[in-house]
Design a protein around this ligand. Structure first.
Ligand code: APR
Length: 232
């Protein structure tokens, strides 16, 4: 049994029908980050921010995990698998993966604006006037640009123990997530599955990087078959 850490980005959910951010036709072509995904946007136009995430939430409830998510669940039969995802969807959980760390928050949760520990499951639209138990406005449980990444330390703790790292469907542009791979031990094997891989500085520095230029639904099941039962 090997310690495997999987870093996933928007690309793993693309074939489930969720748009990525930076591909042609991606979300950041239709919206400006500074209008919907920053604390300043929330201050300036909370209604617009809420509607952006309401749309995302409605869409998420309409889609299903794909073969890439399901294959990662199967990998748990053979290895000790932790998934660190930049995605705010719950498709890894719905596929059955047991250890999922959400670096950028979760779309199906909201939290109090006065107490970050007051977090609630939320599957409907969120509006101005929806309050937490102590009477403060609720906000999406999302890590916006410019905010701390509370799960980062936990993620680093996992990566420093990895024997195999698998990166799937991320442009590896957004830090600190994109830098996590640099914490993997020197001897760790790193796979990167993406139809349009973008090798950032941290990845360029690594020996033993294998790039698999395929979509998640094609590449992940193939890699899972290859490393299932592998003795390290
Ligand atoms: N299978 C695998 N990868 C795919 C597929 C697919 N079917 N389709 C597209 N991709 C790849 C693209 O080639 C690209 O490299 O997914 C990647 C998507 O990159 P981004 O849109 O930048 O998404 P991500 O890396 O997850 O973004 C990081 O930025 O704004 C945010 O907070 C948001 O968590 C997100 C962060």
């Amino acid at each position: 049994m090997a310690k495997i850490v999987v870093l996933t980005g928007a690309g793993i959910s693309a074939e489930s029908g969720i748009k990525t951010f930076r591909d042609a036709g991606g979300l950041w072509e239709g919206y400006k980050i500074e209008d919907v995904a920053t604390p300043e946007a929330w201050e300036r136009q909370p209604g617009v921010v809420l509607e952006f995430y309401n749309e995302r939430r409605r869409q998420l409830l309409d889609v299903n995990p794909n073969l890439a998510h399901l294959s990662l669940k199967q990998l748990e039969d053979y290895h000790d698998v932790t998934i660190i995802t930049q995605n705010v969807d719950d498709l890894h959980e719905r596929a059955g993966s047991k250890h999922v760390i959400h670096l950028h928050g979760e779309l199906l949760k909201v939290r109090s604006t006065s107490d970050e520990h007051l977090v609630y499951e939320w599957k409907k639209d969120l509006f101005i006037g929806d309050m937490c138990a102590t009477g403060s406005q609720l906000r999406p449980h999302i890590v916006w640009f410019g905010e701390m990444v509370p799960m980062l330390e936990k993620a680093i703790d996992e990566v420093i123990q990895a024997e195999i790292v698998i990166i799937i469907g991320s442009s590896m542009q957004v830090y600190p997530a994109a830098g996590l791979v640099s914490y993997a031990p020197r001897g760790a094997v790193v796979f990167y599955i993406d139809p349009k891989p973008q090798i950032n500085h941290e990845m360029r520095m690594r020996h033993g990087l294998e790039i698999i230029e395929k979509s998640a639904v094609e590449g992940v099941p193939q890699l899972v078959r290859r490393i299932s039962g592998l003795q390290l």
